[in-house]
Design a protein around this ligand. Structure first.
Ligand SMILES: Cc1cc2nc3c(=O)[nH]c(=O)nc-3n(C[C@H](O)[C@H](O)[C@H](O)COP(=O)(O)OP(=O)(O)OC[C@H]3O[C@@H](n4cnc5c(N)ncnc54)[C@H](O)[C@@H]3O)c2cc1C
Length: 531
């Protein structure tokens, strides 16, 4: 049996595995994706995503195409409307800001996203995807990982890789094989999940996510484009799956909230929502990402988004380690950064789940009353309506140099201008690697030679940022803050150095005078003492 070789083997071609493969492909890393199914799983699971995912897809040049079939949140777009048992809205979340270059949330049709991600992989001859390859065993030595299994033609296969990422979903076989257990919250709820299609109509609310917090039958409707809609109904303890899936029962449930006669059910399934987090995200050369590392109920619409964040966080670290530009210890920051965020997202989903599924009539009337009273306070109202309660995109610990500034925060993405060229979103100008931004100075001229060499070997971009009102002309190594978006976020731009990671988190933010030791500290995190 021939042994296939690659730098990174990915188990599972779900959205997380394919996003990671696109990111690695973009970095030129030899990648092999192994998927047990004979083709893409052509059914939607996730129906909502957010700005962070779009930013990862933007980094691999796919966001424009993906956005065509997405419904953005905002005043003119999708909102989240919580209704009391009398169907009266008591909380509307309609975030309208776009600090990161994309809307806060999007409704989407997952099979379309999966297809775009798959097509995206074809751009990279060094990335291969093998359908019909079920991984059964993963073993590892000091220098490599070996994956073995059986193809759908019952032929055994074996793969040798330097690293393996398990993106094989909530029941991850790889995770089981490594003996990594899941911390499970005491939570398991059965929901009837329906994907439907109906004629689009201006009189119907196919714009907002509606959440009916009714103790009799909590339910959710999530609109998407082209008349697609997801309905979810909480199962009662005494209802069997067969009863729930009965067409008459489905018609009666749909009729509670919609014109049931006009709705075609495309897919129906009873799903048990759980909340669990792997005890570790890594064992040696094998890392877990997506549902393999954490499973969340969908109440915050974050299951997929957490996984895409994992992929964005991990891809550049793996690429740098594989290319020998960073020490393997860099990979330790993956779990350090991603775990607290995943855990906070899980807790949020559970809290929203409690809000959506009141146990009694009393609770069902108290919660709306409490929320209505609380949002009388303008600050809280603004926070809930404009930002939503999602965990902030910020890491308390990880691969960055802590200080007074924005290190550890996700960088905003305002519109910028470069050279004689027109406007472009910031990320398009930063490139695929690190970017060193000098505010009030040109880092190519001011930073010492050894510093420039270190970053040059890592293909970093060194750019000077001019304030909006600067009279200086902008050359190719210079970008202009045309909308004052960076100034609005960072405050003072005077003699400041900001280093942005490939996943757009700020690695370093300091005054130019302190840059020497701070840059050294960052270089040590990447390249160890040799830096
Ligand atoms: C009903 C429902 C609603 C949801 N709604 C939302 C939502 O609104 N928003 C949101 O963000 N998330 C939502 N989610 C969660 C979201 O679907 C998952 O978080 C997401 O699909 C996880 O992606 P993944 O790539 O990690 O795993 P998966 O999509 O599960 O993909 C794993 C892949 O690995 C393959 N595989 C498994 N074992 C092997 C093996 N041994 N060898 C090779 N291949 C293997 C599988 O065939 C599969 O293709 C929802 C989930 C459900 C069930």
């Amino acid at each position: 049996m021939a042994e296939l070789a690659c730098d990174v083997a990915i188990v599972g071609a779900g959205p997380v595995g394919m996003t990671l493969a696109n990111l690695l492909g973009h970095q030129g890393i030899r990648t092999l994706v192994l998927e047990r199914q004979p083709g893409l799983f052509d059914q939607p699971r996730a129906v909502g995503t957010d700005y962070d995912c779009l930013r990862a897809w933007q980094a691999v040049g796919l966001s424009t195409e993906l956005l065509r079939d997405m419904l953005p949140s905002g005043h003119d777009g999708m909102g989240l409307v919580y209704c009391d048992p009398q169907r009266r809205p008591f909380l509307e979340i309609r975030p309208d800001r776009r600090p990161y270059g994309f809307a806060e949330g999007y409704g989407f049709i997952q099979p379309k996203v999966d297809r775009v991600l798959l097509t995206g992989l074809r751009r990279f001859p060094w990335v291969a995807l093998r359908f019909g390859h079920a991984v059964e065993r993963v073993t590892q030595g000091a220098t490599c990982v070996r994956l073995s299994g059986r193809s759908s033609l019952q032929r055994p296969f074996c793969v040798r890789a330097r690293y393996c990422v398990a993106c094989d979903g909530g029941r991850s076989r790889v995770r089981h094989g490594l003996g990594i257990e899941m911390h499970a919250a005491r939570f398991a709820q059965r929901w009837l999940v329906l994907d439907t299609l109906e004629p689009e109509s201006p009189t119907r609310n196919l714009r907002d996510v509606q959440i009916w917090c009714d103790p009799e039958r909590p339910a959710v409707s999530v609109p998407r484009l082209y008349g697609h809609r997801r309905f979810e109904f909480l199962a009662r303890p005494d209802e069997s799956d067969a009863e729930l899936l009965d067409p008459e029962r489905i018609h009666a449930l749909l009729a509670l909230h919609a014109a049931a006669d006009e709705i075609r059910v495309l897919r129906k399934v009873v799903h048990t929502f759980r909340a669990c987090l792997a005890k570790r995200f890594r064992s040696g050369r094998v890392l877990l990402a997506g549902d393999a590392a954490h499973v969340t109920p969908p109440f915050a619409g974050q299951g997929l988004a957490i996984g895409i964040r994992d992929a964005f966080n991990l891809a550049w670290k793996l690429a740098m380690v594989v290319r020998g530009e960073a020490v393997p210890a860099l990979l330790e920051s993956y779990e350090r950064e991603r775990r607290p965020h995943a855990s906070a997202s899980l807790r949020l989903a559970l809290r929203l789940g409690h809000l959506m599924t009141p146990r009694s009539r009393l609770q069902a009337s108290l919660v709306p009353w409490l929320v209505r009273s609380l949002i009388r306070a303008p600050t809280l109202r603004r926070y809930l309506r404009e930002a939503g309660p999602k965990p902030a995109p910020r890491y308390p610990r990880g691969c960055f140099v802590r200080g007074r500034g924005f290190a550890g925060h996700l960088m905003v993405q305002p519109g910028m201008a470069r050279g004689a060229g027109g406007r472009a979103p910031l990320d398009e100008l930063l490139g695929p690697g690190f970017a060193l931004l000098g505010f009030g100075f040109d880092p190519r001229r001011v930073l010492p030679r050894d510093e420039r060499c270190f970053w040059g070997r890592r293909r970093a971009r060194l750019l000077e940022v001019l304030p909006r009102d600067s009279r200086r002309s902008c050359n190719e190594a210079c970008i202009r803050d045309v909308d004052a978006g960076l100034e609005g976020w960072l405050g003072s731009l005077h003699e400041r150095l900001v280093v942005v990671r490939p996943d757009r988190y700020v690695a370093l933010d300091c005054r130019l005078q302190e840059a020497g030791p701070k840059l050294l500290a960052l270089r040590e995190q990447l390249a160890g003492r040799a830096a």
